[in-house]
Design a protein around this ligand. Structure first.
Ligand code: GDP
Ligand code: IMO
Ligand code: MG
Length: 422
């Protein structure tokens, strides 16, 4: 099969950017299929860290084609900022990056509405990144969206004005102060930059390339527990972050998908509101945050930290059809005498085997395993990882029945152990 999918199995920030960059040499095309600038995908090489929001994480490989698929929502202002700070020249990037004409745009009104709606929710707020994601997907589903292909139309400015007026009338319902001009200037500059890129029917491009033998890696954003259907609704994002989202977000048939790589941290983190059964609001949680530098790549907010949650991981494996597991940040867990893994939940005094649909409170049941203390960041072979870490990984494999084929031991692309290549 020529199409593989890599996606997050937890609440985002599992290390997708780093791993996509590290495995990009095995592919011809890297494509984002959902989400938008709410994503913050970090990758590191030659001692430089890059954070990508809209652009696929294969962009630093000059011979790869990167695609922003129809399922993504694009904010032109963020796009411009990202392109201009990336390193390679615009002339070079135009050769490496193609955009779907069907991708919906995030308008200035969406950003303002996101803030107004969040503010109106008070303590029940989602903890949105405030990038306009919810309102942009709302307009898409309500058939009110403005799509990337339309920026090439002669009457684009009139079309934009109609959308803007509609947004202003909705904003009248909120007691929210804003300055539209502040957003519009950068947005229109972004539109001019977008016009330099190839905006096309990427579904044809992708399927033709696949038919000619090229290999595609679909790069997920956010994580399964933030999926609009299967996450902890309403504390979720507004897109399908799961493997099925790669089919709708790129125009590829399910039967063409080969491997589904599910990526997870050795522990759990979450930014924003919503249930988090294994959250550690104590010194251990703080230690994980400090050691793992757990602060949002997009908003800088501190991430909530906790032990690995196997019921949630198994759920994500089931929904996505994960064929291989990739574990990241086990180096961060180095130093504990013992580590814990949640293996089931208790709800109202009874064992609870399923993730409750209504976010009702569950208590985690833990299995304790011996920890590991060594610095593992320079290790490049699975067999020489500390024995207790290998036991930790084996326990996860036994519980999930899915092999762990990649172990990430640091943020750099080189700090990656490919288990089958030992
Ligand atoms: P993404 O959104 O899934 O791409 O993940 P983020 O980039 O938001 O967050 C992951 C963070 O962990 C980034 O700062 C990465 O540089 C870093 N990282 C990724 N893998 C590893 C790893 O194995 N060990 C350590 N210590 N850091 C990692
Ligand atoms: P990557 O791709 C972690 C979270 C927000 C909030 C909720 C809804 O870097 O893993 P939104 O802005 O989508 O309306 O926010 O989802 N969220 C993420 N958390 N990583 C992300 O992306 C996220 N994108 C959104 O914190 O709780
Ligand atoms: Mg991130």
């Amino acid at each position: 099969m020529n199409i593989d999918i890599l996606l997050g199995l937890q609440w985002g920030d599992e290390g997708k950017g780093k791993i996509v960059d590290a495995i990009s040499p095995g592919y011809d095309i890297i494509a984002r299929f959902q989400g938008g600038p709410n994503a913050g995908h970090s990758l590191e090489f030659n001692n430089v860290k890059h954070i990508l929001h809209l652009i696929p994480s294969g962009i630093f490989h000059p011979d790869k084609l990167n695609i922003i698929g129809n399922g993504v929502v694009i904010d032109p202002a963020v796009f411009r900022n990202e392109i201009e700070n990336l390193g390679p020249s615009v002339d070079e990037l135009v050769k490496r990056l193609v955009i779907s004409a069907r991708a919906n745009l995030i308008l200035p009104g969406h950003r303002i509405l996101d803030a107004a709606i969040e503010h109106s929710k008070g303590i029940t707020k989602i903890g949105s990144t405030l990038k306009g994601i919810g309102p942009a997907y709302t307009d898409k589903i309500a058939r009110n969206g403005l799509r990337a292909g339309e920026i090439l139309l002669e009457d684009f400015k009139e079309i934009y004005s109609r959308h803007m007026k509609r947004h202003l009338s909705i904003l009248n319902n909120y007691n929210h102060k804003f300055d539209l001009k502040e957003y519009e200037e950068g947005w229109f500059e972004g539109i001019e930059l977008l016009k330099k890129f190839r905006i096309t029917n990427t579904e044809y491009l992708i399927n033709n390339l696949i038919s000619s033998g090229k290999k595609l890696l679909a790069e997920g954003a956010q994580g399964t527990m933030l999926d609009i259907d299967f996450g902890s609704y309403p504390y979720v994002t507004s897109s399908n972050t799961i493997s099925a989202g790669a089919c709708t977000g790129l125009g590829i048939a399910p039967k063409k998908v080969g491997e589904v790589f599910g990526i997870f941290k050795a522990y759990c983190t979450r930014v924003g509101s919503g249930p988090f059964p294994t959250e550690l609001q104590n010194q251990t949680g703080l230690a994980l945050r400090e050691k793992g530098y757990e602060f949002g790549s997009t908003t800088g907010r501190p991430r909530r930290c906790g032990w690995l949650d196997l019921p949630a991981l198994k759920y994500a494996i089931m929904i996505n059809g994960v064929t291989q597991l990739f574990i990241t940040k086990s180096d961060v867990m180095s130093g504990f005498d013992t580590v814990k893994i949640c293996t089931s939940y208790i709800s109202e005094g009874r064992e609870c085997k399923e993730i409750p649909f209504n976010n009702s409170k569950v208590e985690p049941v833990y299995t304790e395993l011996p920890g590991w203390k060594e610095d593992i960041s320079k290790i490049n072979k699975f067999d020489i990882l500390p024995e207790n870490l290998r036991k930790y990984i084996k326990f996860i494999e036994e519980q999930t029945s899915v092999p762990v084929t990649l172990v990430s031991v640091g943020p750099d692309r080189k700090e990656t152990i490919f288990r089958n290549k030992d």
